[in-house]
Write a protein of this length. Structure first.
Length: 59
């Protein structure tokens, strides 16, 4: 059975915060001598993700 796909919609600032947090986590793992493979994959996926403009209506 396949894993379900999830979509997440982030503003520009939220996207930047997530990427910076992942980079900080990666640096922390490197300093402790742990593997960073999964974090590296997430950073690559986030930086290569398509940017889609959507209109949000506030209620």
């Amino acid at each position: 059975m396949r894993n379900p796909k999830y979509h997440i919609y982030l503003t520009h600032d939220e996207r930047r915060t997530v990427i910076n947090s992942l980079i900080d986590l990666r640096n922390d793992l490197i300093s402790r001598g742990k593997y960073t493979d999964i974090i590296d994959e997430l950073i690559i996926k986030l930086t290569k993700a398509k940017v889609k403009k959507i209109k949000v209506e506030e209620v």
